[in-house]
Structure formats: C-alpha cells, structure tokens
Write a protein that binds this ligand. Structure first.
Ligand SMILES: [Zn+2]
Length: 472
C-alpha cells in the first residue's frame, strides 16, 4: 500500500502473506510469568513468543490506577482477553492490552471504557455535531469518534456503532466458551484497514490492482459508507501499478542509507539496535565567507528538517531517533529549523515527541512504532557480515590465511600438503606470483598446493593431504 500526497509517495506499508500484522487481534490468552518487579506479565496467546502486558494495560474496575500492582491483579494460569497494540519485533513478543478497542469506519468502540471522545483533528463545529449524534446513541462502554467521521450522517454512525456492538457481543460470547490461548478476532488485513482508517474527504482516489481486493473494498464501503465507494477504481494499466505511480522507486529508496536534499546536501540514515541516527550533510554545498556559511548551513538544515519527516513516514521509523543537524551558531536559526521540524511533524499521523535542539545541534525525538517498516519487511540480515556492515580487509584475510597455512603445514607429516581455502583467500595468497605461499613453503620446508573450497570462510583452511586429513 502506498499513500501518495501531491503525487509523491508519503507512506508505504507492506504485508506479506503469512506474515500479517497482529495489531488489533484479540485473543483469550493465558497468564504465564508475572513479573512483580517490572509490574508486567507475560501472556500466552498462541504466538511463538508470549505477549507483554504492563499493569497500566490491565482492566481492573474499581481499583485506582496508582494503586494497581500486577501481582494483586493477575496470577499464573489466569485467562484474560487481550489485544495486540504492537507487533512482535526483533527479539520481543507483541505488546498487549486488556483495554480492548474495536475500530469501525467512523467510531472506535471501547467495551471496557467510558465516555465519548472526538478526534481533535476535526473542526469545532463538526466535533459538536458528531458529539450530539453520538450522545443520542444507546452508549455502553466508551466510544471514540474518528477523523474519518467528518461529514458522516447520524445513520452512518449508528450503523457503524451497531456493527461494533454486534461484533463485541459475538466476540465475548465466544471468549467465554473457548479455552486459552485462542484467537477471537483478527484485525482487518492491510487493504481493508487502509480503506477504513485513511479514506476520508481528503482522499481523491483509491486505485487497486487486484480484482479480488477491489471487490472486497467495494463491499466493505457499500456496507459502511456507500457515499465514497465511487472513489475506488480498479487499475487497468499494463505497467505494474506501483511503477506507474512512482511508488516502486519510493519503496526501494527506503533501503538506501542516503536520502538526497534539494540543494545538494543529503541525509545519512543509520539503524542501530537502540535508535535511528540521522546525520545531515551539506554535501560540499557551502558558500563563501562566515555569514554565507551560516546561511547555507541553515538552508541545508531547513531542507533536512522537511526530508527527515518525509523519511520517518516513508520508512515508518519508530523508537528513538537522533537527528544530527549541522552546527548553527545563531540561536534564531536553530529555532527556525526546530519550527520547520514541528510543522512537518503535524503531517505525521504517527505520534511523535521532540526535544529541543541541543547545543551540539542534536535533536532527540521518539516516534511510535507499531509494526515493522518496509525496510524490515523487505530485507533480511546480511550473512557475510552478520549485519555488522563490515568484512575483513584483504590484508587481514591474507595474514589470517597465511597463519592458518603455517599451522596446517607444521602439524601434517607430509612433503606435499593439499590445502583448501576460500576463493578470496586463494586470490590473495596467489597474488604476486604466490609470494606469500613461497615464503611459507620455505619456512616449513614443505610444498603447499592450494585449492578453492567455496564453502570455507575467509579465515578457514582445510587440509587434504594424502598422509591423512586433519582440520585446521
Ligand atoms: Zn554485509
């Protein structure tokens, strides 16, 4: 899925068959270990890894929040209804909550909640109108009115709410009947989720390249909001749809470390275990003289502030993000860059929080992450370097292989030794007329015959001499 703004890909989401997001799924789970120290419990929901439930996510009617202790509320073996709020990522299992919320097209129903909330992104008049409509509904539990409800009629909203109530009733009945762990409700897959959550008045058109998905989307809209069904179109082009709209290129660009800026500078984006680091580079794009320099730097930083947010959204980067802007001496310029960053972040649907620019020019921020971004979905760790990003240099490989040869030659009792090495090590050892091998042959007083074994690592050798084989 790609979301285009002004013809440019702003967000992209990839879901692979068999690797669907579990965010929004509801299970009847079983409490595993309760960690009093962490105020959390592990819940078995039937996924490979247990989910994580923090005490703040436990529904406990009548117990004030600050008095809640996990050990008082849950014990091993208890059965609980839980919903995923975050996918399993890296080594961590999914994040769970007992505060279930069922999303419809216009409203989100919170069975264990209370009160009525209306999206702050809606205009005041519209919020008042929607509030009035919802207050006329037979409310039980909590209800949140979504941004997509702008312009929706009282009937639309009543229908949406009734469908969610029916869903909840079916879900809770089934929950009472089954054993844990059992999946009770699967969140809509990516195509319906996108339609449900993103198709608002601002969207001009939805183009779908799969006839089956197209039909599903139409059926969903006819049921929930027939008025917008005409915005959906089946793609009939010959070129792959993502290429036609430039989305393919944008998706691929998320694999690159560098992201260019309009005036010749660029960002370097590095993912680390703990955070994402974004470095702003002028790319040699600097004017002359001290003021010109400060001006050019500020210009690059302003462009970077825009591009950083674009990249955060496009790559769906989550967690801690550190941005290293180029040092600016003028405090007013630092404020200007920060202001642009703040304005751009308004476009981001995902929750972010930004600290001030530090004296070193660093901006610390966090961005919520719920699922893996396109990068994580499309890639796997590099085998050659174990995702470290570096491999041994030629010199190191040559020296290591030479040492291994010496070790092998001195432990084997034969005049001629057959030694297998990696292709790269063989190239390096044979370089310069076998200089390194000749040196070793003279040192050990034996003849060495090299052969290539592609299964070997660069620092490995395998001895294959007629006098019996021995590993080295
Ligand atoms: Zn690598």
């Amino acid at each position: 899925m790609a979301l285009l703004e002004d013809g440019r890909t702003a967000e992209c989401y990839i879901e692979r068959r068999g690797q669907r997001s579990v965010v929004g799924h509801v299970w009847k789970g079983k409490v595993g270990n309760v960690l009093a120290g962490m105020e959390a419990a592990f819940i078995d929901v039937g996924l490979p890894k247990s989910g994580f439930l923090h005490v703040d996510e436990v529904v406990a009617m009548g117990v004030p929040k600050h008095k809640r202790q996990i050990a008082d509320l849950l014990k091993k073996g208890d059965e609980v209804l839980v919903q995923a709020t975050k996918d399993p990522m890296g080594t961590k299992g999914c994040r769970l909550t007992m505060q279930l919320s069922l999303a419809g097209r216009y409203v989100v129903y919170v069975p264990f909640g209370d009160g009525l909330g209306v999206s702050r992104k809606l205009l005041d008049d519209e919020r008042r109108r929607l509030r009035k409509i919802c207050n006329a509904l037979p409310l039980e539990g909590g209800l949140i009115v979504r941004t997509a409800a702008a312009g929706a009629s009282a009937d639309d909203i009543a229908r949406d709410y009734a469908a969610l109530r029916r869903l909840w009733s079916a879900l809770s009945q089934r929950g009472a009947a089954v054993k844990s762990p059992t999946l009770l409700y699967s969140e809509a897959d990516i195509s319906l989720k996108v339609i449900r959550d993103l198709l608002n008045g601002d969207v001009e058109e939805v183009v779908v390249d799969d006839p089956e998905q197209y039909e599903r989307i139409l059926n969903f809209l006819k049921r929930t909001s027939p008025g917008v069904a005409s915005k959906v179109r089946l793609y009939d082009g010959v070129r792959p749809m993502f290429e036609e709209y430039g989305a393919e290129k944008a998706v691929r660009s998320t694999l690159e470390r560098r992201a260019p800026l309009p005036s010749g500078g660029y960002l370097v984006i590095d993912d680390t275990e703990a955070m994402t680091v974004i470095d702003v580079n002028s790319g040699g794009n600097v004017g002359r003289g001290a003021t010109r320099l400060e001006d050019t730097i500020t210009k690059t930083n302003l462009e970077a502030a825009v591009e950083v947010v674009r990249q955060l959204r496009l790559r769906d980067i989550g967690g801690i993000v550190i941005i290293d802007f180029i040092d600016m001496s003028d405090a007013a310029n630092r404020r200007a860059v920060k202001a642009v960053l703040d304005v751009e972040l308004e476009k981001d649907r995902t929750r972010t929080s930004v600290a001030e620019i530090s004296s070193l020019g660093l901006v610390e921020m966090t961005r919520q992450n719920i699922s893996d971004g396109p990068r994580e979905v499309m890639t796997t760790q590099c085998d050659t370097c174990d995702a470290v990003g570096i491999v041994l240099s030629d010199d190191t490989v040559a020296i290591d292989a030479g040492r291994a040869l010496i070790r092998a030659a001195t432990t084997i009792d034969a005049d001629v030794i057959d030694v297998a090495v990696s292709a790269r090590a063989a190239d390096l050892l044979n370089d310069d007329g076998r200089a390194r091998v000749v040196e070793i042959e003279e040192m050990v007083g034996k003849r060495i015959q090299l052969e290539i074994d592609r299964s070997l690592g660069d620092s490995d050798v395998r001895v294959r001499s007629s006098a019996g084989s021995a590993g080295a």
